[in-house]
Design a protein around this ligand. Structure first.
Ligand SMILES: Nc1ncnc2c1ncn2[C@@H]1O[C@H](COP(=O)(O)OP(=O)(O)O)[C@@H](O)[C@H]1O
Ligand SMILES: [Mg+2]
Length: 296
């Protein structure tokens, strides 16, 4: 680490999506890590007033993006940074925009030979209940509906009418999530949900003790290899950079791909640091690898 010390790293966090609070936690954890590693780094909290100006007015040689959701993880901020000719961590504009949209991502996954659950384009085409109705472009299980009949779907579609709702076959099974860092698969983690929680909802995700994380996932070797192979395939297919995290449901011995996150949570208790330990990487190792990959 010689030239690295000349870097001035701004960690952008917060923002204006519904995942703002998690982003702030991710940003603080990354900033602390950068400081531990001896980098010249500082945090920038984004809000509706400085969403554009913060990128223009701050002084930095690398933008470390700790933003989740809309206007952060979806290519918009990446596009601003491209215009400013500033290097930034993570995926580029097009990859981020596609990955943010669960409908486009699923189509590309299917083309790549990855197993996905059925998507129904309208209520009359639903073959089997229950189904999941969720926004195509939101994260953190916000706006997720488990519907047992057509009337519930209609209601959910009205609730989500401005959010490009997607109707999906409900895949009952075990939750898996797989991390990839700079093209290297980290491994798979199994999320063991609490009883009574059919979906991995917001509370299970963000409340301590909400779910048990098992890593590496103790599942059949073939299923483990399948989801890891597919997470890497998605990473490559969408030309993702830095860290990505793909979610799957394991039903029997079959993995179904759900979605990919291009800027997954990096709090001390998030999945990615846990997945990193499978490869022997500490939190700081992950952060340092990101800096080295993207600093010019
Ligand atoms: N088709 C589905 N079948 C079963 N469970 C689902 C389905 N889609 C979403 N879920 C549940 O909702 C959670 C969040 O959905 P996901 O597609 O990963 O979106 P996000 O994490 O962006 O909110 C999943 O982890 C899973 O528990
Ligand atoms: Mg998810």
């Amino acid at each position: 680490m010689t030239n690295d010390k000349k870097l001035k790293i701004a960690v952008f966090m917060g923002g204006i999506s519904c995942e703002k609070e998690i982003s702030l936690k991710t940003g603080q954890a990354i900033l602390k890590s950068l400081l531990r590693l001896g980098y010249n780094a500082y945090g920038v909290e984004l809000n509706e007033n400085n969403m554009l100006t913060a990128f223009i007015e701050n002084d930095y040689s690398l933008a470390y993006l700790a933003l989740h959701g809309e206007y952060g993880e979806d290519g918009r901020v990446q596009s601003v940074l491209d215009l400013l000719k500033k290097p930034y961590t993570g995926s580029g504009v097009t990859s981020s925009a596609i990955a943010m949209d669960k409908i486009y991502t699923k189509k590309l996954a299917e083309l790549a030979g990855i197993r996905v659950g059925k998507t129904y384009s309208e209520v009359s085409l639903i073959e089997k209940y229950p189904v999941i109705v969720k926004p195509a472009k939101e994260g953190s299980s916000v706006g997720l509906y488990l519907c047992k009949e057509a009337s519930e779907v209609e209601k959910a579609l009205v609730e989500l009418k401005d959010k490009k709702p997607i109707i999906e076959e409900f895949i009952q099974g075990e939750e898996l999530t797989v991390g990839v860092l700079n093209g290297e698969p980290l491994g798979a983690l199994r999320i063991i949900k609490r009883e009574g929680h059919e979906i991995y909802d917001y509370d299970s995700k963000y409340i301590v003790g909400g779910a048990i994380h098992e890593y590496p996932a103790k599942i059949e070797k073939s299923a483990y290899e399948e989801c890891v192979k597919w997470a890497l395939a998605i990473h490559q297919e969408l030309d993702l950079k830095g860290i990505s995290r793909s979610d799957f449901i394991l039903q029997g011995d079959k993995c179904y791909f759900l979605e990919v996150n291009t800027c997954p949570g990096m709090t001390e208790t998030s999945f990615i640091p846990e997945l990193g330990t499978i490869k022997g990487y500490s939190f700081d190792d992950l952060v340092e690898k990101m800096v080295k990959e993207f600093a010019i």
